[in-house]
Every structure is written in C-alpha cells, then in structure tokens.
Design a protein around this ligand. Structure first.
Ligand code: NAD
Ligand code: DAU
Length: 350
C-alpha cells in the first residue's frame, strides 16, 4: 500500500460512508479509522468492510493529545480526513463543554500531531477538515451561503465548528500546513443517528410515536444524500486547491414541515398503511433556542472547479434511506436503547 490516510470519526454516520468509499475505491491506500466510539460511533456501521486488508480500526479519543501523537507516529499518515466531532445542536445547547473539548481542542491536537510527524516537509501531505454550513449562521428568506460568506455561528455546536475551521486555516497561514476545508449542508441516509430529524421521524412513525416539530416548522434546511457527501470529500481531498474551502450541497431546500409530510407519505406507502396515518403523529413542540431560520448552500465553486454533482435526486435518496431503515430495524433498536432513551426523555419532556 502506497499511502496511509487516517479518517477520524469513521464509526459515525458520515465517517462510515467516507471510510467505505475509500476502502473500496483505493485498495492501494491503508485506511485507518480513528474513533473514540462515543454514543454516536458504532462499528456495526462498518461490518461489511471490517476484514478488508487495507482497513484498520484504532480506538482513540482526539482530546487525548498524547495518545493521538502516538497513533500518528505509529501509522505516519500522508493524509488526515477529520470528521470526529460532537455533531448534534440540541446536545450542544444542553452541554456546550463537550463540544469545545472535542471540536476545538480535539482538532488542535490533530493539527499538532500532523505537524509533528510531517516536520514541516509537506510534500504529498494533506489535512482535510470536514465542517458544516452552520458556521455561516442563518439566512433570511433569500440568498445562499458562498465560501465568502462571513462566519456568524449561533449555537454552541456551530461556534465550536467555526472555531475549529479558524484553527485549521491558522495552521495553514502560520505554519504552511497543507489543508482543505469542506462545509456541507444537512446530510441524510443510512446509519443516520435517530436524534436527528429524519431518522427520528422514521423511528417514531414505525413506533406510532409523536413527530416533534420545533416551533412553526417553517425552518429550512438544504439536504444532501450522505454518499454524495462522501464522494465530495473524495474529490476535494484529491483535487481541491491547497488552503481552499469548498461548500458542498445539492440545491435542495425543504421547510421542516414539508419534509416531514413527504416522509409521512412515503412511509405510509411503504408500510401499506392508509394515506394520512403518519401525518396524524405530527406534533408542534417548544422551539429550539437560537434556532437558525434557513440554511442554503451555493455549491457553484465545487461544481465549476471540480465538476462535482450529487448522484441521486432527493426523491431517490429519501426512498433509499427509508428502505435502509426498514431493512435494518435491529440496528435502529440497538441504537435507540440504553442511553438514547434517557436523552430522548430529557429532550422531549420540556
Ligand atoms: P456523528 O455524531 O454521527 O459521528 C461522530 C463520530 O465522531 C462518532 O463516530 C464518534 O464516536 C466520533 N467522536 C466523537 N467524539 C470523538 C472524540 N473525542 N475522539 C474521537 N472520535 C470521536 O457525526 P456526523 O453527523 O457523521 O458528522 C461527522 C462530521 O461531519 C462532523 O464533523 C460534523 O460537524 C460534520 N457535518 C455533519 C453534517 C450532518 O448533517 N450530519 C453536515 C455537515 C458537516
Ligand atoms: O447543516 C449541517 C448540520 O445539519 C450539521 O452540521 C449537524 O451536525 C447536523 O446535526 C445538522 O444540524 P441540524 O440542527 O440542521 O439537524 P437536525 O436534524 O437536528 O434538525 C433539522 C431541523 O429540524 C432543524 O431545523 C431542527 C428541526 N428539528 C429537529 C429535531 C431533532 C425538529 O423540528 N424536531 C426535532 O425533533
């Protein structure tokens, strides 16, 4: 194998799809999945590739600087693709500290370890930081986020991701570290953890539980199928300009209430239930504090510079996603037991 890439957060939702994409597509690369296996990390997500000869799993916490340095010195990666994070906005409102530790300190620990092993000889090296559109804040009814939009984060989660982006750029500008950043819109797809809107609603429809819609449901998100995000990361990792950042999205905006109604329609059809059954579960609940009104990505740069285009329409992606959850109810039952129940009670009893 001619190259080693450490992918952090590879046992999570998006990370597992990135790991799978790289393990299959690049048999000549050694892919090291570095993950702490928090509540959101699940090696079940990678069962199909766990025995591939070019894949290794390492359990490590990115907040542990010493351990991270040891892992980097041992594997001597040419590249890092950094996805490990605390990723849920509602959890960041309940407990911001974990977000500072993992998303900010953890990212700085990885940057330091990369500098240490690369010793300022950066030929053939790359640190790819995976970030979010939430760093740009909220849009009104019109406009799109471009790569030039000023950062204006509102939640503890987005503030921690914005801070990590700034550190990654600072290491490029100060030490010449070769970096790229991607800022992606909302992902959905197989293995999505059911604390997030789409998988939460799929889980609740299956169990005839209320579908909690925050506020008036008019908040807007821009949805991209997770495998299309993984493909964008592959493209930018290999072809993005040094020091550059790329917005990733599919020009696919939905108000939450319309999205949930569409999901209800498809679920009723797939479950052979009378039309309107799932809709009756829709319940408006207390709003998220500081709730950003609208996110929408202008993905022109990645399209024009690198030829990126999503491979599936939203209709196809949503149908594939529901089918995956219907065929993987054991996975869903496993991740919604234990700690999840406690979180769910606390989040939705207010
Ligand atoms: P996730 O919560 O599903 O997975 C996060 C992974 O990181 C888990 O495997 C977890 O075990 C691991 N992790 C957490 N803390 C760690 C630590 N201290 N050390 C090592 N590993 C740790 O997250 P996701 O939704 O897959 O998001 C992945 C990345 O993509 C994040 O950086 C997130 O900010 C970004 N992102 C997510 C979305 C989205 O819609 N989910 C959109 C754009 C960007
Ligand atoms: O935009 C990218 C971001 O998308 C990522 O950086 C985050 O990691 C990811 O979690 C996601 O953040 P959101 O807050 O947009 O996703 P979530 O699924 O939590 O919420 C989507 C919308 O649905 C949002 O407007 C809040 C609303 N919502 C969410 C939940 C969980 C509800 O109305 N009810 C709910 O129960």
């Amino acid at each position: 194998m001619n190259k080693t890439i450490i992918i952090t957060g590879g046992a999570g939702f998006i990370g597992s799809h990135v790991v799978r994409e790289f393990v299959h597509k690049y048999p000549q690369y050694h892919i090291v999945n570095l993950d702490a296996l928090t509540y959101a990390g699940n090696l079940e997500n990678l069962k199909d590739i766990q025995d591939f000869p070019n894949y290794t799993f390492v359990k490590a916490d990115i907040t542990d600087a010493g351990h991270i340095l040891d892992v980097f010195r041992h594997y001597r990666p040419n590249g890092i693709i950094h996805l490990a994070a605390e990723s849920h906005v509602d959890r960041s409102i309940a407990d911001p500290s974990a977000f500072v530790m993992t998303n900010v300190i953890g990212t700085v620990n990885l940057l330091n370890a990369a500098r240490d092993i690369w010793k300022d000889d950066y030929r053939g090296k790359r640190f790819h930081h995976v970030s979010t559109d939430e760093v740009y804040g909220a849009l009104g009814d019109t406009g799109l986020f471009t790569e030039e939009t000023n950062y204006d984060p509102h939640s503890p989660y987005s503030a921690s991701k914005a801070s990590s982006d700034h550190f990654v750029r600072a290491y490029h500008d100060t030490y010449g570290l070769p970096i790229v950043i991607t800022n992606c819109s909302n992902n959905y797809g197989p293995n999505h953890f059911p604390e997030k809107l789409i998988p939460l609603c799929i889980h609740n429809i299956l169990n005839n539980k209320p579908l909690p819609i925050y506020g008036d449901g008019k908040y807007t998100r821009d949805w991209l199928f997770v495998i299309d995000h993984a493909k964008a990361i592959d493209l930018v990792y290999h072809q993005g300009k040094d020091g550059g950042s790329y917005n990733v999205g599919g020009f696919n905006e939905w108000q939450n209430i319309d999205l949930v109604k569409e999901l209800c329609k498809q679920m009723d059809q797939k479950l052979n239930r009378p039309e309107g059954t799932a809709n009756k579960l829709i319940t408006f609940v207390k709003d998220r504090p500081g709730h950003d009104l609208r996110y929408a990505i202008d993905a022109t740069k990645i399209n024009q510079e690198l030829g990126y285009q999503p491979s599936v329409t939203f209709e196809q992606g949503l149908s594939l996603t529901i089918d995956w959850f219907l065929s993987n109810q054991v996975w869903l039952d496993n991740v919604t037991s234990g700690e999840y129940q406690k979180y769910y009670q606390e989040q939705y009893s207010k």
